[in-house]
Design a protein around this ligand. Structure first.
Ligand SMILES: Nc1nc2c(ncn2[C@@H]2O[C@H](COP(=O)(O)OP(=O)(O)O)[C@@H](O)[C@H]2O)c(=O)[nH]1
Ligand SMILES: [Mg+2]
Ligand SMILES: [Zn+2]
Length: 303
C-alpha cells in the first residue's frame, strides 16, 4: 500500500527568481541567490550591498605584475586606515571585506609574507568599504579587489580572457599601479614592460573621449622602497632614470598621474629553502608611504 503524502507547493519561491539582480561590474542579470556573476565571476554580494546604499560605490584598482606587492600593500593599507581614524575613517561593508586585512596581518605578525594570490577570480579578496575624509561631509563608498598579477597580464595580452578585469577597469574611477622598485634598480625591466602594457591597455580601453582614462587619477607606487633609498627620496626622479618608458607614457597619456614610493617592512632577510627556493622574511614591520597614494587618489576622485 502506498501512503499518501501531502506535498506543499512552494511556487512562491519561484517568484523570487523572476526578479533578476544586475551584476555591479558588468550589469549581467543574475538570479537573486547567485554567489558569483555568471558572466564575469564578480561576487554578487557587491550588487546586493550597492542596492542597499544611497551612494553608488566607486571602483579603485590595485594593479601590477605578480610579486609587485599588491596583496601586502592593500592588506596593510586597510589595517592602517582601520586603526588611525584621524586621517581617514574607514568602515568595512560585509564580513568578506575584512579577510584581506586579516590574512595579511596574520602572516606579517608571524614574520611571513602572505601566500601568492590565486589566479582564479572566485578566490580573490574584495574589499567594499565606506571612507570618510576629514572636512569632507559626504562619505565615499569604495570597492577594491586584490587581483592576481598573472590574471591581469593575461587580460592585457589577450583582452576579454578575464571578463571580470575588463568590466572592472572600464568602470573603475582610478588606479594604484604597483611597480617593484628593487627589480627596476637591478636593471630587470619585466615589471616596467608589464606596467607599460597595462597603461596602454587602460589608455585604449574606452573609445569615447568622455570616458577615457586620460582624466582619471593614476598613482604609480614603487614598492619595496625599504630596499631602495633612491626611490624613497625622489620617486619622480627614480621613474625618470630607472623606468624612462613608463615615465614618458604617463606624461603623454595620463593628465592626472603621480609617482610614489611605499614599503611595508623596515627590513627583510632572505634564506634558501630547498622546497620554495629563495624566501624573503619580514623582520620588522615599518610601513612608509602606504596611505599617501590612496589619499591622493581619493582627492582626484572627489574633483
Ligand atoms: N622588502 C620588501 N618586500 C616586500 C614588500 N612587500 C612585498 N614584498 C615582497 O614581495 C612579495 C610579493 O608580495 P605580494 O603582496 O604577494 O605581491 P602581489 O603578487 O603583487 O600580490 C612578498 O612575498 C615579499 O617577498 C615590502 O614592503 N618590502
Ligand atoms: Mg597578490
Ligand atoms: Zn558580472
Amino acid at each position: 500500500m502506498t501512503k499518501s503524502v501531502i506535498q506543499p507547493l512552494e511556487s512562491y519561491r519561484l517568484a523570487q527568481y523572476a526578479v533578476p539582480v544586475s551584476c555591479y561590474l558588468c550589469e549581467t542579470e543574475n538570479t537573486f541567490d547567485a554567489e558569483l556573476c555568471t558572466h564575469c565571476q564578480a561576487p554578487m554580494a557587491l550588487a546586493h550591498q550597492a542596492k542597499s546604499q544611497k551612494i553608488s560605490p566607486r571602483l579603485i584598482g590595485a594593479l601590477g605584475a605578480s610579486g609587485a606587492g599588491k596583496t601586502v600593500y592593500l592588506g596593510m593599507l586597510m589595517d592602517m586606515l582601520s586603526r588611525n581614524p584621524k586621517r581617514l575613517r574607514i568602515m568595512a561593508r560585509g564580513a568578506f571585506s575584512i579577510t584581506l586585512q586579516q590574512t595579511t596581518t596574520h602572516w606579517l605578525s608571524r614574520c611571513r609574507f602572505p601566500d601568492k594570490t590565486a589566479s582564479e577570480p572566485d578566490r580573490w579578496n574584495w574589499v567594499h568599504c565606506q571612507v570618510r575624509r576629514p572636512k569632507v561631509r559626504q562619505p565615499m563608498e569604495l570597492i577594491m579587489p586584490d587581483m592576481a598579477g598573472e590574471a591581469i597580464l593575461e587580460e592585457v595580452d589577450h583582452p576579454h580572457t578575464y571578463r571580470v578585469i575588463h568590466s572592472f577597469l572600464k568602470k573603475c574611477s582610478g588606479v594604484l599601479v604597483l611597480v617593484d622598485a628593487v627589480e627596476l634598480m637591478r636593471g630587470r625591466h619585466d615589471h616596467d614592460y608589464f606596467t607599460m602594457k597595462l597603461l596602454s591597455y587602460l589608455a585604449e580601453l574606452n573609445v569615447d573621449p568622455k570616458q577615457s582614462w586620460r582624466k582619471r587619477p593614476v598613482a604609480i607606487v614603487f614598492t619595496k622602497a625599504d630596499q631602495c633609498d633612491e626611490c624613497l627620496d625622489d620617486p619622480n626622479g627614480f621613474a625618470q632614470s630607472h623606468a624612462t618608458g613608463l615615465w614618458q607614457q604617463c606624461h603623454e597619456r595620463f593628465d592626472n598621474h603621480r609617482f610614489f614610493a611605499a614599503s611595508v617592512t623596515g627590513a627583510c632577510a632572505n634564506y634558501d629553502n630547498p622546497r620554495e627556493g629563495r624566501v624573503s622574511v619580514p623582520l620588522r614591520i615599518e610601513p612608509r608611504g602606504i596611505v599617501e597614494p590612496f589619499e591622493w587618489l581619493l582627492e582626484g576622485l572627489g574633483k
